[in-house]
Each structure stands twice: as structure tokens, then as C-alpha cells.
Design a protein around this ligand. Structure first.
Ligand code: SF4
Ligand code: SF4
Length: 149
């Protein structure tokens, strides 16, 4: 991990403001401080702790930390390290696959798809500007090989 991040994490005073500010942590098992303290102790993100993917990168914890610790930036860095080491979790792989194929993070429900067909509408209405889909597909293929055709 980046030395500056380690130095900053070491200044934590365990006040709990980050946890109390976390929107995701109110409804999921995400415990920002626990993840980052384990990261600090082991020098790398904890593989078994998939809750790191529950962070919605809202930056509330980072904005409110009285020590000015860049918590969200560190979480993002930890995710990058995890992806390099063991790839994305299955659910996220699926989501990126759908995004590249259909311009949507989840596939249409059957009744929705049927209704669109009856109305003569294409199944998915591309939200990508010209050329952007190719770029997304290339990125997804490069990092998640085999997820998209
Ligand atoms: S808000 Fe900052 S100082 Fe407080 S527990 Fe979280 S990381 Fe530590
Ligand atoms: S950036 Fe992530 S960890 Fe921080 S408050 Fe938002 S959801 Fe929670």
C-alpha cells in the first residue's frame, strides 16, 4: 500500500465518525474502519471480506474524518489491489458484462422485454454515445476476459 496512506491510517483516533457517517453501512455489513484497520495491520486488503464492495464511494467518511484520512481513496485503492489479485466478485462481473452487452447493469425483466417487443421497441435502448460502447467492451474484456462477447 501507498506509504502516505499507511502513515495517514496510523493517525486514526478510533472516533467512529466514519462508521456513523456511512450511508451504506446503515443498511449493509460494511464497516469502513474495520476494513481499513485490517488493511493497515496486514498491508493488504482482506480477501475474505467482500463487504468492501458495498461502499458507494459517496465520500461522506472522508469528508468527516477529523484526522483528514482519505478513507474513500484508500478503499478504492484496496479494491484495485483485490481485483489485481483475485479479480472481481461474481456479481460485479455479471453487472459489467450486462453493461457492456446491453448498456444496463441488470437485464430487463421478462415482462418488460415482452412488452417492448410487442411495441416494436428494441430490447435495450443504448445509453452510450457513439463509440463509447466499444470502449467499455474493450475495457471489460481487458480486465475481465471472457465476460463479454
Ligand atoms: S473518522 Fe477518521 S479518525 Fe475517526 S475512526 Fe474513522 S478513520 Fe479513524
Ligand atoms: S465512501 Fe464508502 S465507506 Fe465512506 S461513507 Fe461512503 S459508502 Fe461509506
Amino acid at each position: 500500500m501507498n506509504e502516505e496512506y499507511l502513515r495517514k491510517l496510523n493517525t486514526c483516533i478510533q472516533c467512529g465518525t466514519c462508521i456513523g457517517s456511512c450511508f451504506s453501512g446503515k443498511v449493509t455489513a460494511l464497516n469502513t474502519r474495520k476494513i481499513l484497520m485490517e488493511y493497515l495491520a496486514k498491508g493488504k486488503p482482506v480477501k475474505e471480506d467482500d463487504t468492501i464492495w458495498f461502499c458507494v464511494t459517496c465520500y461522506a467518511c472522508q469528508e468527516r474524518c477529523p484526522r483528514g484520512i482519505p478513507l474513500t481513496d484508500i478503499l478504492i485503492e484496496a479494491r484495485k489491489e483485490l481485483v489485481k489479485e483475485k479479480g472481481l466478485p461474481g456479481r460485479l462481473k455479471n453487472a459489467f458484462g450486462f453493461l457492456a452487452e446491453y448498456s444496463a447493469l441488470v437485464p430487463a425483466r421478462d415482462e418488460h422485454a415482452k412488452l417492448r417487443e410487442e411495441l416494436g421497441l428494441p430490447l435495450y435502448h443504448s445509453q452510450f454515445v457513439d463509440g463509447a460502447r466499444d470502449e467499455v467492451v474493450e475495457i471489460v474484456r481487458k480486465h475481465l476476459g471472457g465476460v463479454v462477447r
